[in-house]
Design a protein around this ligand. Structure first.
Ligand code: ATP
Ligand code: MG
Length: 775
């Protein structure tokens, strides 16, 4: 007797597919039956696959039609998968409803034997589209392709999907002509309009939420969101009572990162929102690691996330792990199986994706509860290969909300888990885990970003079927910042592609990058506060300048001033002796002199900024040029006598100090005396991108700015500040901006590297100048 593998080969089934089939006893039995019934020994690929299709798709309730279906395929009365699927689903429905079905009725309603040729199908499509010509000419390529395809499906129900969609395109083009640039514009406009409507809708909700909460905390929180519209989202009084007995009648929120990467400023917004709401209403916020994906997660990420949350000034109520609930999640899955709400499926990923897309039930959907329980247990015990069995929820295989089309709950992975160790080889999926963990932790408000909105129904489905307490789900918009990228995928591309120096590169808006650059948690939180209540018309892309503004505002009040020169030129003051030294008091905060001062020495040789010198004077230039009278901040006024240069580059300035009755200069320059100057390196950061990636059509990696990092060696700081310098120490360099000591500095060896945090705002610069001028 020939082996099954050999037989399948004769029916032109792929080697790989054969290997998959052989792994599964049920399918083997089923296909063997079909082959026996077919009465043939070989077939071409198309027919072979149709017979295989019968074996996988037939359900126990229509077993008696196995022979009939096989016959139709062998006689070429069913000639494509689509026709087969249609027929199976027709029989299935009819049997469930009527209990039986007459052959003539079946054949008539399923078009058995009346196979249309491709040309006939194409003709039908043409006829239909021609009947819609008038509308089509008006709306052109903004038409909803899926609506048209759906309508055509009714007309040619058995046509193969691929043929249908290609013919649709060909015939459409024949009627309204090919898609033009103008059409593309029309489509883009429509999309933009829709996106805007959507985002306005969300924004209204979001602002309403934030504004109203402030006035009337408890009652209003939550009612605003239509989560309550879902019957499945309602808690019974008993559930509320149980929840409150366990957790008290307090607000609980959670920040639920997946430990598969480093946090960025978008996460800071989520942290700010979750912890902020909780503390505002005397509640608490958990830090929960949503760790269901062992392959992608690790301890390094877990630790860095903990650090980041702490650095942002937050103390979690508790730090928890979804994986701590693996046992409960497993028991819940068994509960679902027992209630007939979950089944084990052996379709491979590709197949199940296809079925879900087409709204077709899995062939395993209706297997008995006992069998599901047994195989699920076998899965847990490691008796099935990865990918050979998946536990799926039994919800609605053709729901318009595709997340409800019998989604996966558990999959097999033979890897150990960074937190749970090696106890498990089946892991629950995020969509299933999240609501259960929220409920178990007594979360009252489950705040998440808008891309989860579509999953809200699924979230409540699990909790309803498990009869568990249901938190309010709120979605808020994702934060994007102009001129930069935030998603983990893009950040990874930048880091692993060596376009930046690591996750903490100061050009990135990762929490680590911002920290290293010198941004403060207070500044970042102020920014988060501001954006969550801002109605920003720009689809929640917030300007980088707003972030810089918040950082600057915080630093202005917390950062001491000092004078430094980044690109130095020496000034020799000829009318002061070499021994001259005047000790000056410079205020730490010029607008709040009561906060203290520091001493600096003025001598006959000082450094000034190169951009404050010029070979020839000009009326719009206020720095040092021959003949010009200029102030040196805190020290007095000098007159420039001569500017020396080599190859057009200024090498030295010669000046005289005006001791008596100096005129009022237009500008006071920052300077450092040669006696107190100390060399260090300064790193200046420009935008990572030459064009804003949040609005550009180009791929973000094509937009990288080659000059995003500028090194300046030989900058001069005043050595008096050295005792105060540590990693991350911050100063305002007067007239320049804010700077922080980078981790590349060696404090004990006194090699210092500064990062420019942010420049002074133009108005800030102006004001500083005015103040000095008035002084
Ligand atoms: P990304 O897509 O940027 O890689 P993520 O959504 O995969 O991030 P998670 O670890 O799943 O990252 O996110 C944890 C929490 O932070 C979630 O509640 C998520 O909604 C929220 N969050 C992530 N990115 C943003 C953002 N840009 N703006 C606001 N909240 C965000
Ligand atoms: Mg995520």
């Amino acid at each position: 007797m020939e082996s099954l593998a050999e037989r399948l080969k004769a029916f032109s089934i792929d080697e790989k597919q054969i290997a998959d089939i052989l792994k599964n006893k049920k399918i083997c039995e089923s296909i063997e039956k079909v082959l026996n019934l077919s009465g043939i020994n070989s077939a071409d690929k198309k027919r072979g696959n149709l017979l295989y299709g019968i074996a996988t798709k037939i359900t126990p309730s229509i077993e008696e039609f196995r022979q009939t279906l096989t016959k139709y395929v062998v006689e070429d009365k069913i000639a494509n998968q689509n026709h087969l699927d249609y027929t199976i689903s027709y029989i299935d429905t009819a049997i469930k409803k009527e209990g039986s079905i007459a052959t003539e009725v079946l054949e008539k309603n399923c078009g058995i034997g009346v196979n249309m040729t491709d040309a006939q199908i194409s003709q039908k499509i043409k006829e239909y589209l021609t009947s819609k010509k008038e509308v089509l000419e008006k709306i052109r390529y903004t038409l909803s392709i899926s609506d048209y395809l759906k309508a055509l499906r009714e007309i040619v129900p058995f046509a193969e999907g691929k043929l249908l969609s290609t013919e649709f395109k060909v015939q459409l083009e024949a009627i309204i002509g090919p898609e033009t640039e103008q059409d593309k514009q029309m489509k883009a406009d429509l999309l933009k309009k829709k996106a805007k409507e959507e985002s306005n809708k969300h924004k209204k909700v979001e602002t309403a939420a934030t504004e109203q909460e402030v006035e009337e905390p408890k009652k209003k929180l939550g009612d605003i969101f239509n989560a309550r519209d879902l019957a499945s989202s309602r808690n019974t009084p008993e559930l509320i009572k149980q929840r409150n007995e366990q957790f008290g009648d307090v607000i609980l929120t959670r920040f639920p990162p997946e430990p598969n990467g480093y946090l960025h400023i978008g996460h800071a917004k989520s942290i700010n929102f979750n912890f902020g709401i909780a503390s505002e209403y005397n509640g608490q916020c958990y830090l929960r690691f949503d760790d269901t994906n062992p392959e992608k997660e690790n301890m390094e990420y877990i630790n860095s996330i903990k650090d980041n949350v702490k650095w942002l000034g937050r103390t979690p109520f508790k730090t928890t792990y979804s994986s701590d609930n693996f046992e409960i999640l497993y028991q819940c899955a068994i509960k679902l199986i027992k209630k007939g709400f979950a089944f084990v499926c052996h379709q491979n990923k590709e197949e199940s994706r296809k079925f879900r897309e087409q709204g077709i039930p899995s062939p395993y959907r209706d297997r008995p509860v006992e069998e599901n329980l047994r195989i699920f247990e076998e899965m847990r015990l490691g008796l099935w290969d990865e990918g050979a069995a998946v536990l799926r929820a039994k919800i609605d295989y053709k729901s318009p909300n595709t997340t409800l089309r019998d989604p996966a709950i558990y999959r097999i992975r033979y890897v150990s888990h960074p937190h749970a160790g090696s106890k498990w080889c089946i892991y629950p999926l995020y969509d299933y885990t999240h609501p259960i963990c929220d409920s178990l932790e007594g979360i009252t408000y489950s705040l998440c970003t808008l891309e989860f909105e579509i999953r809200r129904e699924l979230y409540y489905w699990y909790l309803e079927k498990l009869d568990m307490y249901r938190p309010y789900v709120w979605e808020f918009s994702r934060l994007n910042v102009s001129n930069t990228v935030l998603s983990k995928r893009k950040l990874q591309a930048l880091v692993f592609g060596n376009h930046v120096k690591g996750w903490d590169d100061p050009r990135l808006l990762t929490i680590q990058g911002m920290r290293r650059r010198g941004y403060t948690p207070e500044g970042i939180n102020a920014f988060c506060d501001l954006v969550s209540v801002t109605r920003n018309g720009n689809e929640n892309v917030i300007g980088f300048q707003l972030l810089e503004h918040c950082i600057r505002k915080d630093l202005d009040n917390t950062t001491k001033r000092t004078m430094a020169v980044i690109d130095p030129v020496k000034v020799t003051i000829t009318n002061l002796p070499d021994t001259y030294e005047q000790v000056l008091e410079a205020p730490d905060f010029p607008t709040q002199v009561e906060r203290g001062s520091h001493k600096i020495s003025f001598t006959n040789s000082v450094y000034v900024e190169r951009e404050d010198t010029q070979l020839k004077d000009h009326k719009d230039f206020f720095g040092l040029a021959p003949g010009k009278v200029v102030g040196l901040k805190y020290a007095g006024v000098v007159k420039c006598i001569d500017v020396k240069a080599k190859d057009g580059v200024v090498t030295e300035v010669v000046a005289e100090f005006i001791k008596d009755d100096p005129p009022k200069p237009k500008t006071y320059l920052n300077w450092v005396s040669a006696k107190e100057a100390f060399d260090c390196e300064v790193r200046i950061y420009n935008s990572l991108f030459t064009e804003d990636p949040t609005s550009s059509d180009k791929e973000f990696l094509e937009l990288l700015n080659p000059n995003s990092l500028v090194f300046k060696s030989g900058a001069k700081i005043n050595k008096n500040i050295i005792p105060e310098l540590q990693h991350l120490s911050r100063f305002q360099f007067e007239r320049q901006g804010y700077f922080a000591i980078d981790f590349d500095s060696d404090i004990t060896k006194k090699t210092f590297v500064w990062n420019k945090i942010v420049g002074l705002s133009d108005t800030g610069k102006q004001k500083a100048l005015q103040r000095v001028a008035q002084a």
